[in-house]
Design a protein around this ligand. Structure first.
Ligand code: NAD
Length: 432
């Protein structure tokens, strides 16, 4: 078996870390604080349904390529399964299970009435033509069509997918059922029932948490510096929103490398560069910044705020002690391992955990789903009002819980969320 085929492991440096095992350890710490019984744990910890599909696709040259796809529904006690679909070459079942698990507890942390799910296809979408990508997306949705529905399971974008892919998913479902069904998908283009504010919602939600966190930590965003790992949907808008607040962004990165300027990177100029380029590759020739020799060193820079917004397992025991940021806002899902959390706790780093910090996306998805079901659409002002209220009050509920139980923000978020999932699960009882 080659390293690439070791599909249950997510690699970090040389040591494999299971994202799902990491997720379960987070759960266990909160379950212990809550004194949950083994029966309560058994009902809500593991995924409810795991589906794996083979997806044959006619390529442009006439050949047939078979891709592997997954959909995991982790829990549906509080509402339909909810969670994105990832197109990435490193997708594996362990990762999809972890991501579905985090969705259950993310929705519960912000009290959005959804359960948790996640999907993925093992594919490098950059290597496919638009036609190939559309055929793959439609085949995935058609193959799993019985799982999906506005009251069953509602997918959304994740790494490697975007509003265009969501349009193909929604159209496949609508054609199959003979009726326009926008509420089966969120993250759609505005023209097809998407919500105002959805594109930036995850980063905007992260910012609402950051506003509350800097108040708590007595920091001033105008005097802060920040580093942002990942420059996709979450990373780029987080960098832009921080920049707009006067925070000095000293480093950014994407899959092509990390770029640094201690005097501050001109983020609007980077956005301008990306209008004509897919990645940050070569941006240092146009925007004043230098390419770092080790992209992972971005995480260890002496900044006030660190935003990991790429992939999971980036901060591990190998680099945790070298992290200097006072505040880490987890844009990505699972960027810090449980062992690394312990090191950060000891060093007094304040972490806004993923299931709270990046919940703005799913919160806005919920608002999109509500609008689809009403057939009435709100302004961005109305969306921001709700998003700000939900994110800020969720942050403060988690902060209070962390003080009450004397635990870090991650365990506190799980305590808030697990209580809600357990309650719903017990009130529903067992169908038999
Ligand atoms: P994206 O595909 O838009 O962007 C991912 C970015 O990460 C790209 O810039 C890519 O080049 C970069 N990247 C990939 N590997 C990297 C590496 N090794 N080092 C540095 N950069 C790397 O994805 P996204 O939607 O921004 O999602 C990013 C993270 O946020 C994921 O963990 C995702 O699950 C999570 N998330 C996304 C949303 C959302 O609404 N998009 C919501 C919640 C959580």
């Amino acid at each position: 078996m080659t390293t690439e085929q070791k599909i249950n492991d997510v690699k970090f440096h040389d040591s494999p870390v299971s994202a799902f095992e990491n997720a379960l350890k987070q759960f266990d710490a909160a379950a212990k604080a809550l004194n949950l019984t083994p029966n309560q744990i058994a009902v809500i910890k593991e995924p409810r349904r795991i589906t794996e599909v083979q997806l044959p696709v006619r390529m442009d040259d006439g050949s047939v390529q078979v891709f592997k796809g997954y959909r995991v529904q982790h829990n549906i006690a509080r509402g339909p399964a909810k969670g994105g679909v990832r197109f990435h070459q490193d997708v594996n079942l362990d990762e999809v299970k972890a991501l579905a698990f985090w969705m259950t507890y993310k929705c519960a942390t912000t009290n959005v009435p959804f359960g948790g799910g996640k999907g993925g296809i093992i594919v490098d979408p950059t290597k496919l033509s638009k036609g190939e990508l559309e055929r793959l997306a439609r085949r995935y949705f058609a193959e799993l069509i019985d799982l999906f529905g506005p009251d069953k399971d509602v997918p959304a974008p994740d790494v490697g997918t975007n509003p265009e892919v969501m349009s193909w998913f929604m159209d496949t479902y609508s054609m199959h059922h003979g009726e326009f069904t926008p509420a089966v998908i969120t993250g759609k283009p505005i023209e097809l029932g998407g919500s105002a504010g959805r594109t930036e919602a995850t980063a905007q939600g992260l910012m609402y948490c950051v506003y509350e966190a800097v108040k708590h930590l007595n920091l001033d965003l105008k005097k802060c510096s920040a580093a942002v790992q990942g420059f996709g949907n979450v990373g780029s808008y987080s960098a832009k929103l921080l920049y707009n607040e006067g925070t000095k962004i000293v480093a950014i990165s994407d899959v092509t490398g990390a770029y640094q300027n201690d005097k501050g990177i001109d983020i609007p100029a980077v956005f301008n560069y990306l209008k004509d380029h897919k990645t940050l590759n070569g941006a240092e020739k146009v925007v004043s910044m230098t390419k770092m020799s080790d992209p992972m060193a971005l995480l260890e820079l002496p900044v006030d705020i660190l935003v990991p917004a790429a992939l999971e397992n980036q901060i591990t025991p190998k680099n945790a002690a070298k992290i200097k940021a006072k505040l880490i806002a987890e844009g990505a899902n699972g960027p810090i391992t449980t062992e690394a959390d312990k090191v950060l706790d000891k060093n007094g780093t304040f972490v806004i955990p993923d299931i709270l910090c990046n919940a703005g996306g799913v919160t806005c998805s919920y608002l999109e789903w509500v609008q689809n079901r009403m057939g009435y659409y709100w302004t961005n002002e109305r969306i921001q009002e709700d998003l700000s209220r939900i994110m800020r009050s969720s942050f403060n509920a988690v902060l209070e819980t962390s003080k009450q139980y004397k635990v870090n923000m991650r365990i506190a978020a799980f305590i808030v969320a697990i209580q809600r999932v357990t309650k719903a699960s017990e009130m529903r009882g067992l169908y038999a």
